[in-house]
Design a protein around this ligand. Structure first.
Ligand code: ZN
Length: 416
């Protein structure tokens, strides 16, 4: 508002921020901050792709006893020469998952980062192995034949064979082919951690049935593992595991991280408001309103925004038509905020409870893995949350539990 007052003329509503001012003044606000941060390669010098992937592997090793091991691909195995294969290897169970990373933009590729399950985790039944051994097949064993020769592993806990999850992580990072190595921005690192959080859910989910494996849980809880990983991406103790300058090998200065996070302090409130408004609009569209004969989605859009938004929505706009998630999510768009609140709570109560080193402590990782990740969709989400937080009041879910989550509020990574 101060910035607007300083440069607005009398005919330009000097006393208020308009919808069309928002991005302009947000940009100005950031420009007024330390100029060093605005040079695009300042933090990214500490985030070469190889370093970040190695960092994720170290973090997962500390917390869950699993590592990401590069593996050469066979001819025809991947869909583009830039795709890299990593095998997920557990210190107790050996090979547990296959991960394909397709991280860089190219023509015709989607700009949206995503986690895709190419093949779910599931138990292979004794009868399937029997059937395979009774019929001719080109594989070296009946177990291999039962999974069409794709990755398989023995689950030592159940002493049964499992079809291993096969996952693709797709990002749209720009790769400047003139610089070596390829460097990621801080936002890219956060995106990669987010998508890898979905990946973790897939790697560590140990459900016998494929339809509840890994990320196939209630939509309300699907973003929890990924949003929680964003907290790790902003944590100095985690970054200390890997973030080093690609040329000088010096560690990332904590002050630089703090300055970068200060930008988020300026921009996150507006982002949270935008998410709250979208969640409210989504609820309105999935209420009884559309059953009325004079229902008008544009009017509902303006009603919600004019009642609750801090910046008035200009008349004559119909932005709701551009936002596909309003029908894709079917009344669960609130999950983003809901999971942000739960992730913030788990971060504080589990991973930071006994100090900042808790973010790399195996005991915390195992607690979270055993109460949440390993269940996929095979256990009620509220029971998972109650278990990891040690708060039985939440186990039954329902209105009271929802209110409790609302009371925690939204906590953004790195912002306390
Ligand atoms: Zn996500």
């Amino acid at each position: 508002m101060e910035l607007k007052k300083a440069d607005a003329r009398s005919g330009n509503f000097p006393d208020r921020i308009n919808a069309w001012d928002k991005f302009y003044y947000t940009h100005k606000l950031i420009q007024n901050m330390d100029h060093k941060l605005r040079s695009p390669d300042f933090l990214s010098s500490y985030f070469s792709v190889g370093t970040v992937m190695q960092g994720l592997s170290r973090l997962f090793d500390r917390l869950y006893g699993i590592r990401l091991v590069p593996r050469e691909t066979q001819p025809g195995e991947v869909w583009d020469e830039g795709v890299r294969r990593l095998d997920v290897v557990s210190e107790t169970d050996g090979h547990i998952a296959v991960l394909y990373c397709d991280l860089f933009s190219r023509e015709g590729k989607t700009p949206n980062p995503a986690h895709f399950t190419l093949r779910c985790s599931r138990e292979i039944s004794e009868s399937e192995i029997q059937e395979a051994s009774n019929s001719p097949h080109p594989f070296s064993s009946p177990v291999e034949a039962a999974t069409d020769g794709m990755a398989v592993g023995l689950n030592k806990t159940t002493n049964t064979y499992y079809q291993l999850p096969t996952i693709a992580l797709i990002c749209d990072f720009s790769s400047n082919r003139l610089t070596r190595p390829t460097l990621l921005s801080f936002n890219d690192v956060r995106t990669l951690f987010h998508e890898m959080g979905h990946g973790l859910h897939s790697f560590l989910g140990r459900t016998p049935l494929q339809n509840v494996s890994g990320t196939r849980c209630a939509t309300d809880f699907a973003e929890l593992p990924s949003v929680l990983m964003e907290h790790f991406a902003s944590c100095p103790e985690v970054l200390a595991l890997f973030a080093r300058h690609y040329d000088t090998d010096s560690p990332l200065p904590i002050s630089a991280l703090e300055e970068r996070l200060a930008i988020d302090v300026q921009t996150e409130p507006a982002e949270t408001e935008a998410q709250i408004l979208l969640a409210m609009l989504d609820q309105a569209y999935h209420s009884n309103l559309p059953l009325q004969h004079d229902f008008d989605s544009t009017k509902t859009y303006h009603d919600v925004y004019n009642r609750h938004a801090s910046i008035p929505e200009p008349a004559g706009t119909a932005w709701q038509g551009f936002f596909g998630h309003l029908f894709g999510y079917g009344a669960t768009y609130y999950s983003y905020l809901f999971d942000r609140a739960i992730a913030g709570r788990i971060w504080g109560e589990v991973f930071q409870k006994e100090g900042r080193n808790g973010s790399v402590d195996r005991r915390n990782g195992e607690r979270y893995m055993n109460e949440v990740l390993k269940w996929g969709g095979g256990r009620d989400g509220w029971k998972c949350i109650a278990g990891v937080l040690g708060d039985e009041k939440l186990a039954g879910g329902g209105e009271k539990a929802m209110k409790e989550v609302g009371r925690w509020g939204v906590r953004y990574p790195g912002l306390g």
